[in-house]
Design a protein. Structure first.
Length: 276
């Protein structure tokens, strides 16, 4: 019987690679995107591509209704992947900026999960995969908004996994490090919308650090950077393993930071992080 999966955030990067790979493997893939033009582009590639915006609960409801109508009321797996970043110092983050990013990176994931769990309970099985990050294990400066959403997602997912222990619903975290995606490029409009860098106490640090990273074209991959296919490989393991791991690290950076978190004190980790 053909396996079915709903993947969010499929316009590019991890979501697109995962959707295309699983489709080629014979899965019935619902590769959702936030923008209709991206949905149309994926439909032309032969993928089912409903419109789902994590910040729009109605679009989530409509997408899941569409999926279950196509599958006869079942869904084997969901992979929550869509997210964005708002670079900037925590001191400069308006509270409304945090509300905005949480709507997509945390609350949207939660809404998707809440709506698919009754389907999975009714059929007696399922896989819930949430895409976290190495920044859900350790923090880096200038990424406070994104860091905090991934820490929140880790806590929600870990708790849900424990609560689902008496079911055949497996709850799994995917934790990529640096991956070749558009997340940095896509973060620029959010930075420009929310961060008043010219009047910031950290103005000098912005000019010498973050601005160059955001606006200077990349000359090549970051240290430890891997392509999106590296994440897809771990997603496949999480979907196919009879007893999947609670979390899957992706990239050397994630393994290193996971090690640092276990071994080093907070002061030692801070010393390492500010020198990265």
């Amino acid at each position: 019987m053909q396996k079915t999966i709903l993947i969010t955030g499929c316009s590019s990067g991890i979501g697109l690679d995962c959707a295309q790979t699983l489709h080629a493997m014979g899965w019935l893939v619902f590769a959702s995107c936030r923008k209709q033009e991206d949905c149309d582009r994926l439909t032309a590639l032969g993928l089912g591509a409903p419109r789902l915006d994590h910040a729009d609960a109605q679009s989530i409801t409509e997408t899941i209704a569409h999926v279950t109508q196509k599958t006869g009321g079942t869904l084997d797996a969901v992979f929550n992947n869509g997210a964005f970043a708002i670079p900037g110092a925590v001191e400069d983050l308006p509270t409304d900026a945090l509300r905005s990013i949480y709507e997509t990176n945390v609350f949207g994931y939660h809404e998707v999960v809440r709506q698919v769990l009754p389907i999975m309970r009714a059929q007696g099985h399922g896989r819930v995969l949430n895409c976290s990050s190495v920044l859900g294990l350790v923090v880096l400066p200038w990424r406070g908004a994104y860091n905090s959403t991934k820490f929140a997602l880790e806590a929600l997912t870990d708790t849900l996994r424990i609560e689902m222990r008496d079911t055949n619903i497996k709850v799994i975290l995917i934790e990529p490090g640096p991956i070749g995606t558009k997340i940095r490029e896509n973060s620029v409009p959010h930075f420009e919308k929310w961060i008043d860098r010219k009047n910031s106490p950290s103005k000098a640090q912005y000019e010498t650090g973050l601005i160059k990273r955001l606006y200077t074209p990349s000359k090549g991959p970051d240290t430890f950077e891997l392509p999106a296919s590296a994440v897809t490989a771990k997603v496949i393991k999480a979907l196919e393993s009879p007893n999947p791991d609670p979390r899957y690290y992706v990239t050397t950076a994630t393994y290193l930071m996971g090690f640092f978190r276990r071994i080093f004190s907070t002061r030692a980790r801070d010393w390492i992080i500010i020198r990265l």
